[in-house]
Design a binder for this molecule. Structure first.
Ligand code: HEM
Length: 472
């Protein structure tokens, strides 16, 4: 018994039914065909799961869950032959790489020892916005720029080295992240059609992807060269030096060998997944707050009452005191999950999902965008109401399948604790020190909500708001 789905055309399958955003097209189709559907992306059958129950069944069942996107032009290149974590097929490579990342980047010990980097950067963020508020009081700030720089500086400093910001400017970093992300996530004909690579070459897609990929590789080589030149390999001060040391050391026969591709694959994951998802979350949250002045007012009053007046800086202890901020972020995650389709999965054996038989080696996509707006899980699902999380046990950590911004199961985001701390710290700093208003002549109805991106979905038009230093 296979799941239902719209009838496709020969060779292209259902590709002609997709619009600019796959998560939205699948959302629309699922309203007609239900929460488990069979579609064809070209000649490749794909199961789309868009219910909480279906997601739970897929993500909890470890022996059938694995992940590997079919070898695509974009993801194969940007993951350095699938030697990264996020797109590596389930097996030794994924396990070893995840182990290295968890111990060198995401452990509780690392989270604590990198705390000063996050607090430093949040002070820098406040100084930058204060300067604009004092020097040009009625001018708006491009929040995408300041938020992106904040998130990127933290992620890059803690994974690529302390002096990272001294030799690369943030404009270059932003351009690289956005260009690489789009090319990694965009679908190629080679993914889904036999000989589709010919169309990719004729259409110019292949050369666009190759150009973006070589820019990213050149950038990574600059960071690696800096480590080699400054003799940082021995000191293990960051994950790059640890991995360079592993590459250089002779390994015993049969043991896991770290290569240059593993190092660049991990850099690619951290750089693209880490920087982008955090800043996107902060921007969507500030956007929803600007559209909902009642929530903004209530949140700022609660934050200022909890933290007290005239604080000089925000610290990570302050994050424990601001319950409503956490609800606001959860609500932003529900409506705008940064990676709405999660990482694609592939079945390792014949399995059953919600009573349907799914054969071995079938790709599965979970649509968290639909799950987050499902009226069975949420009342008034399209409205931004953070209060829905009051006395509600639902959290975003991968245990509650109606809210999955970080995924769940074996491939759950390993950067969750780092990511959420960055998001909370940045937002708390912006909301404690400044009052925010829309640029002159603009009303909440004028705020543009159009999306952009491929795998990670951002706000298309930059959010521009006018900051005023809060007077006590
Ligand atoms: C608000 C911030 C973040 C969000 C919303 C987010 C979201 C996600 C999501 C949805 C996945 C896929 C999970 C799945 O399919 O089940 C993922 C995986 C991943 N994320 Fe994050 N992420 C964030 C921050 C970070 C950070 C800061 C890093 C690293 C510095 C990071 C590194 C990764 C990696 C390496 C994977 C692949 C895991 C695997 O396949 O085993 N993420 N993330």
């Amino acid at each position: 018994k296979l799941p239902p789905g719209p009838k496709g055309l020969p060779i292209i399958g259902n590709l002609h039914q997709f619009g600019r955003f796959l998560h939205k097209s699948l959302h629309k189709i699922s309203q007609e065909y239900g929460p488990v559907m069979l579609l064809h992306f070209g000649v490749v059958p794909v199961i789309i799961v868009s219910s909480k129950e279906g997601a739970e069944e897929v993500l909890k069942t470890h022996d059938l869950e694995t992940c590997s996107r079919p070898k695509t032009v974009g993801s194969g290149l940007f993951t350095y032959n699938f030697k990264d974590i996020g797109f590596a097929p389930y097996g030794e490579n994924w396990r070893e790489m995840r182990k290295i990342a968890v111990s060198e980047l995401f452990s509780q010990k690392k989270l604590k020892s990198f705390r000063y980097i996050r607090e430093d950067e949040s002070q820098l963020l406040v100084r930058k916005v204060s300067k604009s508020a004092l020097e040009t009081p009625t001018s708006s700030v491009n929040l995408r720029k300041v938020i992106f720089t904040f998130a990127a500086s933290i992620i890059c400093r803690l994974s690529f080295g302390q002096n990272f910001c001294d030799f690369v400017d943030m404009e270059t970093v932003e351009e690289l992240v956005l260009e690489s992300e789009t090319n990694l996530g965009s679908l190629a004909f080679a993914d889904f059609l036999p000989a589709g690579w010919i169309i990719d070459r004729i259409s110019g897609q292949h050369s666009t992807v190759m150009k973006a990929f070589s820019k990213l590789t050149n950038f990574f080589e600059l960071v690696i060269d800096d480590h080699l030149k400054s003799g940082k390999i021995e000191d293990h001060s960051d994950i790059i030096s640890v991995m360079l040391d592993m590459i250089n050391k002779p390994t015993e026969v049969g043991s896991y060998k770290v290569t240059d591709d593993h190092l660049k694959g991990l850099m690619s994951d951290v750089f693209l997944a880490g920087v982008n998802a955090g800043s996107i979350t902060m921007i969507w949250t500030m956007t929803e707050l600007s559209r909902h002045p009642r929530v903004m007012r209530k949140l700022q009053e609660e934050i200022r009452a909890a933290l007290g007046p005239n604080k000089e800086k925000i610290t990570e202890e302050d994050l424990e005191k601001v319950e409503y901020l956490k609800m606001v972020i959860e609500e932003a995650f529900r409506l705008h999950p940064p990676a709405p389709l999660l990482l694609p999965r592939l079945t390792m054996s014949d399995i059953n999902i919600q009573g349907y038989s799914i054969p071995k080696n079938t790709m599965i996509q979970i649509n968290t965008y639909t799950i987050g707006r499902d009226p069975k899980n949420w009342t008034k699902p399209d409205e931004f109401i953070p209060e829905r999380f009051v006395d509600n046990p639902i959290e975003y950590k991968g245990q509650h399948f109606e809210l999955l911004p970080f995924g769940a199961g074996r491939r759950v985001c390993p950067g969750m604790a780092t990511g959420i701390t960055i998001v909370e710290l940045g937002l708390l700093s912006l909301l404690y020190f400044f009052d925010w208003s829309l640029p002159n002549g603009m009303t909440t109805k004028d705020i543009d909500m159009e999306e952009d991106g491929a795998f990670v979905i951002a706000k298309k038009v930059s959010l521009e708001l006018v900051p005023t230093l809060h007077r006590w």
